[in-house]
Design a protein around this ligand. Structure first.
Ligand code: OOG
Ligand code: MG
Length: 259
């Protein structure tokens, strides 16, 4: 089925409005014949609406790069999304989740891109620094339930993120312990080994997806490799902290209330 550019713009508008108003919507892909390729076009139209409102791209994110994440949402394929400046929460700062629908938080590892990586760029050439990170995801679909094209169109559920202090790239990033704490209690533990066996593979996968579906990754961008553990529901007034072994922590406190 051919999906017209009018239909793509309309679906992007629906997803955008769901995010802006904090109102969940039904899944779109099955009813509108949206395949993976078209879903990335919807994602681009959605992000373009935000850029037209003055937001700027600051990075890209992988999703569904670990078994724990795939199992949690029932989608078994890594996906690529886009990160804008208004979704950055400073490390140690306050994350306002009041306008979100059903936010969840997950621990991440972030890469700072030294140059625009292309297929075959060695990891140590592509990446200038690494950091622990937190991502708040918030599916715009009712019940946090979606198909692969649905979640791609919804910019991979991206909502907010925090990056801790950048560190030089350590000798290995492939087997670092990952911890997620809420209010001082450990709620998830894992290892970066869960991220495609080695989070460097997440960058390679992101480069490949960007090559097929754009936009190309850029020098200076932040790249989130995808959570090593399942995501955890997030309430207001929570103190949230991710630790990645050897890299330190990223943290925020939540305010607001789920609408
Ligand atoms: C999709 C986003 C997944 C990750 O790190 O795996 C993601 C979702 O779970 O809603 O960001
Ligand atoms: Mg994530």
């Amino acid at each position: 089925m051919t999906v017209t550019s009018v239909a793509i713009a309309d679906l992007a508008a629906r997803l955008d409005e769901a995010a802006v108003t904090g109102t969940p919507i039904p899944q779109l892909a099955a009813d509108h014949g949206i395949d993976v390729d078209t879903a990335y076009h919807v994602q681009q139209a959605l992000v373009d609406r935000r850029l037209a409102r003055g937001e700027h791209l600051v990075g890209a994110k992988m999703g569904l790069t670990s078994r724990a994440k795939m199992a949690q949402v029932g989608v078994e394929e890594p996906i690529l999304g886009q990160l804008t400046d208004t979704t950055v929460v400073p490390d140690g700062g306050t994350a306002d989740i009041g306008g979100l629908i059903h936010p969840r938080v997950e621990p991440e590892i972030a890469f700072l891109l030294d140059r625009a990586p292309t297929p075959g760029t060695p990891f140590t050439d592509a990446v200038r620094a690494v950091a622990p990170a937190l991502e708040v995801i918030d599916s715009r679909y009712a019940n946090f339930t979606f198909s692969l094209p649905d979640v791609i169109a919804d910019n991979t559920s991206a909502a907010l993120f925090t990056v801790g202090a950048w560190r030089p790239v350590p000798d290995g990033v492939d087997n670092l312990g990952v911890l997620l704490e809420i209010d001082g209690r450990t709620v998830q533990t894992g290892s970066t080994a869960a991220i495609l066996g080695d989070p460097r593979r997440a960058l390679a996968a992101g480069v490949a997806l960007a090559g097929r579906h754009g936009p190309a990754l850029r020098a200076g961008w932040i790249f989130l490799a995808g959570a090593a553990t399942a995501a955890v529901p997030l309430a207001p007034g929570a103190q949230v902290r991710a630790t990645v072994q050897g890299l330190g922590t990223a943290s925020f406190t939540t305010t607001g209330g789920a609408s």
